[in-house]
Design a protein around this ligand. Structure first.
Ligand code: FAD
Length: 318
């Protein structure tokens, strides 16, 4: 069976990201999944257990200080060399900031087509893709080169398929051009009690309607009761209610959880771009004409400050 390269994403706090497990699951539809770990020395050994559990038949380990210390450019170079060598059936990456940047660079290096924000992929390489800021769902196929695809987190249910992969060490030959930008400082991600926003199966987001930073405690309370992550609209972020890393939308993060709860969010197109593939959408807004209700599966027209305490009380009872 032809190899399918899966580019692994992991964080120090959370280990292998759930989206990587989704990619391994998807890869099995097309061929034999090979995980590609691009990181500092020892990275592959740390992640191998989880990758094996989800079906990685082989692990390529590109480990060096160059990879770790120079943003994504050396990663794209290593991947391009690997693709030329093994001629895989497809290359799958996560539709994250890093995944998309690597994929773009890889597409240029290989003179290959690229599909981003894919939510499903058939064995023949036909992708279901979210396009034009999330307003359109299209079926598309790479017609130049191999299927090079980035997958939106939470699009596929990860299924374990235990394997016993061998590890192949890759030579890292970063060019001078790859080293033009380097990492000067790392700020450790805090592993809090909430799930990571893009990986969470429940996201509770607050908008300008929340009113101020202090009131965001109400959003956090609902998120914690449901075991979800907290998100925010850009208006809430720009108003200083919540940090930018939690912004959902075109210029923030893309989420696709099982449940998305929009509190005091009007539903502007740029916000929808980041959340409209959520499986179930619940909105609370005092304006019955708010565009978010066009999208919502369930809506409550009412004042947040009356609705949220009642909702919290009901959830606590269950
Ligand atoms: P508003 O539009 O002001 O809506 C607030 C809502 O709260 C209203 O519907 C109101 O009825 C309701 N409300 C108020 N008080 C209460 C109450 N007490 N109880 C119940 N409901 C109440 N936006 C994003 O979110 N993410 C992005 O990534 C993003 N990127 C952008 C990129 C560009 C290039 C541009 C131009 C804009 C972008 N925006 C983005 C901004 C976007 O256009 C909207 O301005 C923004 O999403 C509005 O946020 P909001 O819904 O919180 O605020």
């Amino acid at each position: 069976m032809a190899e399918v390269l899966v580019v692994v994403e992991a964080t120090q706090a959370f280990g292998v990201k759930k989206v990587t497990l989704e990619l391994l699951t998807l890869a099995r539809r097309i061929g034999s999944p090979s995980a590609v770990v691009l990181g500092g020395p020892g990275a592959a050994a740390e992640l191998a257990g989880k990758l094996a559990e989800y079906g990685a038949e082989k692990i390529y380990a590109a480990e060096s200080e160059e990879i770790d210390g120079h943003l994504v450019a050396p990663k794209a170079t290593v991947l391009a060399n690997l693709v030329r060598e093994v001629q895989p059936a497809a290359v799958l990456l996560a539709s994250t900031q890093e995944g998309k940047e690597i994929a773009g660079r890889l597409a240029v290096k290989l003179d290959n087509g690229l599909l981003t924000d894919v939510v499903d992929l058939d064995a023949d390489g036909t992708a279901t893709q979210v396009a034009f800021a999330g307003s359109t769902i299209v079926k598309s196929k790479v017609t130049r080169g191999l299927p090079l695809v980035t997958l939106r987190p939470n699009s596929v249910t990860p299924e374990p398929a235990p394997a016993t992969p061998g590890t192949v060490a890759l030579e890292v030959a970063a060019t001078e051009a790859d080293k033009l930008a380097k990492v000067v400082e790392r700020v450790a991600e805090q592993k809090g009690s909430r799930p990571e926003l893009t990986e969470a199966s429940i996201v509770v987001s607050g908008g300008r309607g929340i009113g101020n930073a202090d009131n965001f405690k109400l959003v956090e309370e609902i998120a914690d009761l449901l075991g979800g992550a907290v998100g925010a609209s850009r208006a809430a972020v720009d108003s200083g209610y919540y940090p930018h890393q939690f912004q959902v939308g075109q210029t923030g993060k893309t989420v696709s959880p099982q449940l998305y709860v929009a509190l005091g969010i009007s539903g502007a197109i740029q916000h929808r771009a980041g959340m409209q593939t959520s499986k179930t959408i619940v909105a609370v807004n005092k304006d019955a004409e708010a565009p978010i209700f066009e999208l919502a599966d369930f809506g409550v027209v009412g004042d947040l400050f009356k609705v949220l305490p009642q909702a919290a009380e009901e959830i606590r009872k269950r």
